[in-house]
Design a protein around this ligand. Structure first.
Ligand SMILES: [Zn+2]
Length: 766
């Protein structure tokens, strides 16, 4: 057997001629216990179970540069005297000083078992003393490896005989990490999931002034970090938890600044003495590739099992599937904000929006702000109803014309000075911080959020685990649907910061647990079931991207939070076939410039999002925007023609377009972040796989000259081998070309006309 074939079999974990490649074993020698197969090995010290080495046995790459350190940190607390360390939990800052030190265990005992193709190592830390306490803590760590897998599965359980309660567990703490391959020290990075996609964070061994990184789940999109050596090797680090327990991912440099550590903080969902068990597993191990391969592994091993694909779902509204573009805004000009709106103003506005529908020749969605009673943003929530005068008539007119109205409702905030707050005893159902105070922060930095800066009225954040609040939100949406007949609902802050709640009168465990995601999912489920939809399939859109909610909503608005062309689409690479992302904001001042307008629209299209979140509906009616209008229509057509890829499909690795010239594009990258210059290839492109296996390249030329791209065919990630008989069809100018049969070449040559979006479809003839 040749080496290449052997490696392929090892990679697939298959057996050949009775021999299992990648079969697991546990070795004991030289003071170490090693759990391994032919893909990966993990070595621990026999004396204290500290980490010695994680090795990629295929690439022969070691990932532990500085061995040692305990595998966990357990923090205990006394709820009656939390102490100043246990202040309001803040961004990455839940440090406590009553810790269970693994290395102080009275004894370290282990057992091993190999069964059904899985090696399991059970590590027992017995009798760990805790300062000033009479009782002891026992901890059991389980680490396992399956035949053919390179990922080690970590579990932890403990018993606590002290009088303190469990606060949080950091586990597995993997210290001293960094690739040993020369050159990695200047090329490595951690790929981290964010609230809106993902980011590449360079040089985790030093990290400059930032100090640490990571993310709060379920606020961040996926439960995954990956460390990439920048040279073809990577470490995978993820929890596979479909219930969306509250947790935090951390990575930070070691003291030497020559290695880094990472761990997950698990917040105790059952505070109290006694037993506790981590309710899901964490996986870590070497993989070949980079962040993209880590995201695909996470998808295959976990996400595809936990969430349904859109093509499997039976509750997707046909209009939402076919919708290409969203506008956003409100009915009147900025000067009038806060004064409500007149019935005449609403009529004038709705007439213009119908005119836009006719000029565009395309149904569109309208994300409607300031429709509510006070017509003012972040003001007197949740007192939304009745709506501004004329809203009902305007919605009726728009819906009839093919404009889908989606009014804004905030899912979290409640103004504490409202009579409703007092009359409904809402204070009893708000989030309480660890000191029992009202949680009034709405940002991750804990800045107080005032409904009105002059009046200093606070917005309280409401608890999803207290039944009053989910019921209140559902009741508001019931009335919005019943009274106004809109076809979609928008829930702001759906994937916002996942606050902790310490209210003792709520029916959820204080601190950790699943109440945050479970409460939001209950809201979504109950809204979907409302009779007020009148037989129409429900459409719900939430803010930002988080997998925790995608079973019960239809779209996730990303338009204002990920506008950077250099962001990593980690969330989309995992979930593009499970949910729909919406938008890239183009602000008014950018939209006059066709280069900027089309580069942003192009980025939006190729990233697979429904287009727009455009706030330029009035401008679009003017002759100065006639080119923008024509181009927008063309982009809408391409999105619909490529529905199998862009709505139902799986986002694959980005085509290599480095051979094309680059142009400078200066973009507004967020409502508050200003403009950033990017050097972009003259043709933007992404690749997708439809549910039926067809491959689609979505390409956009955002310049005023025709360009021909020679795209290297990527068999590894796109799946059709060079030389295979294929048919190719191109979509442009509103139609598909006739299929042309050919052998798949090393390169795909595509000529993309100026300012034009197109699709190249490749069908394997096999
Ligand atoms: Zn609560």
């Amino acid at each position: 057997m040749n080496v290449k074939k052997t490696l392929l079999l090892i990679a697939a974990g298959l057996s050949f001629a009775g021999e299992v490649f990648g079969a697991v074993e546990i070795k004991e020698s030289d003071g170490a216990i090693t759990i391994c197969n032919s893909r990966a090995s993990l070595a621990l010290s026999r004396s204290d179970f500290s980490l010695r080495q994680i090795r990629d046995r295929i690439r022969r790459e070691d990932y532990v540069k500085e061995p040692g350190g305990p595998l966990f940190l357990i923090a205990l607390w006394d709820p009656k005297h939390p102490g100043k360390e246990l202040n309001i939990p803040n961004w990455f800052n839940t440090t406590v000083d009553i810790v269970v030190d693994a290395q102080k265990a009275t004894s370290f005992e282990y057992s091993k078992e190999i069964k059904d193709g899985k090696a399991v190592l059970t590590l027992k830390y017995r009798g760990i003393p805790v300062r000033t306490q009479t009782g002891l803590v026992d901890v059991t760590v389980m680490v396992s490896l399956a035949d053919g897998s390179g990922l080690f599965e970590w579990g932890l359980s403990m018993s606590n005989a002290t009088s303190l309660q469990l606060y949080e567990v950091h586990f597995p703490v993997l210290q001293g990490l960094a690739s040993g391959i020369p050159g990695s020290e200047t090329n490595d990075y951690v790929a981290v999931s964010s609230y809106c996609g993902g980011e590449k964070k360079p040089l985790p061994r030093s990290m400059g002034e930032i100090g640490q990184g990571g993310g709060e789940y379920p606020g961040i999109g996926v439960q995954l970090l990956s460390y990439c050596d920048g040279l073809g090797g990577a470490l995978y680090f993820a929890s596979h938890d479909p219930a969306a327990y509250r947790k935090t991912f951390i990575y930070q440099p070691c003291a030497s600044k020559k290695a880094f550590q990472w761990y997950v903080i698990h917040y105790a969902d059952q505070p109290g003495v006694g037993a506790w068990k981590l309710p899901y597993s964490v996986f870590c191990g070497p993989i070949q590739g980079d962040w993209y391969d880590a995201a695909k592994l996470y998808k295959r091993m976990f996400a595809d099992k936990a969430w349904k694909s859109l093509s499997e779902r039976t509750d997707v509204a046909p209009w939402f599937r076919d919708l290409s573009v969203w506008f956003q805004g409100y009915a009147f000009n900025g000067e009038k904000i806060g004064e409500g709106d007149s019935k005449d103003g609403m009529k004038e506005f709705s007439d213009k929006m119908v005119k836009l529908r006719d000029m565009l020749g395309e149904d569109y969605g309208f994300h409607w702000y300031l429709w509510q009673k006070y017509a003012r943003h972040d003001y007197r929530y949740p007192d939304y109803l009745p709506a501004s005068p004329g809203f009902k008539e305007a919605v009726e007119k728009l819906e009839k014309a093919g404009v889908h109205a989606m009014p804004y409702v905030n899912i979290r905030q409640f103004e504490t000075s409202l009579p409703m707050w007092r009359d409904e005893h809402a204070e009893n159902f708000a989030i309480r911080n660890i000191k029992g105070e009202l949680d009034t922060s709405t940002t991750i930095k804990g800045v107080e959020h005032f409904a009105d800066r002059d009046e200093k009225k606070l917005m309280g954040n409401m608890c999803f685990g207290a039944s009053y609040w989910p019921n209140k939100v559902v009741d508001i949406e019931r009335q919005v649907l019943g009274d106004y007949g809109v076809s979609a609902l928008y829930l702001d802050e759906l994937a916002g910061y996942p606050s902790f709640c310490y209210a003792t009168n709520h029916k959820h465990p204080c601190h950790g647990g699943t109440y945050f995601a479970a409460g939001e999912n209950k809201i979504l489920r109950d809204i979907r079931a409302l009779q007020e939809w009148g037989g129409k399939p429900p459409v719900i859109v939430g803010e930002n991207t988080s997998e925790a909610y995608i079973n019960y909503c239809d779209g996730l608005l990303n338009g204002h939070s990920d506008m950077r062309p250099d962001s990593l689409p980690i969330f989309h690479i995992v979930h593009s076939n499970h949910t729909t992302e919406i938008g890239t904001l183009v602000v008014g001042t950018e939209s006059h410039d066709l280069d900027i307008f089309l580069s942003k629209l192009g980025f939006n299209l190729v990233r697979g999002r429904q287009l727009g979140w455009l706030n330029i509906y009035l401008e679009m009616l003017t002759p100065e925007f006639s080119k923008q209008l024509v181009k927008l229509r063309e982009f809408c057509n391409v999105r619909r023609a490529g529905q199998e890829f862009l709505f139902f499909g799986e986002h694959l690795r980005t085509p290599v377009l480095d051979a094309l010239p680059k142009v400078e594009r200066k973009w507004e990258v967020g409502p508050c972040f200003g403009k950033v210059s990017y050097a972009l290839p003259v043709v933007l492109g992404e690749c997708y796989r439809a549910p039926n296996g067809e491959i689609g390249l979505i390409l956009v030329n955002h310049t005023d000259k025709t360009h021909t791209a020679k795209i290297p065919w990527n068999t590894k990630d796109w799946g059709i081998a060079v030389g295979t008989k294929i048919s190719r069809q191109d979509y442009g100018n509103g139609q598909w070309s006739k299929p042309i049969s050919q052998a798949m070449a090393d390169n795909l040559t595509v000529t993309v006309p100026a300012y034009t979006p197109m699709i190249v479809k490749i069908i394997s003839d096999k």
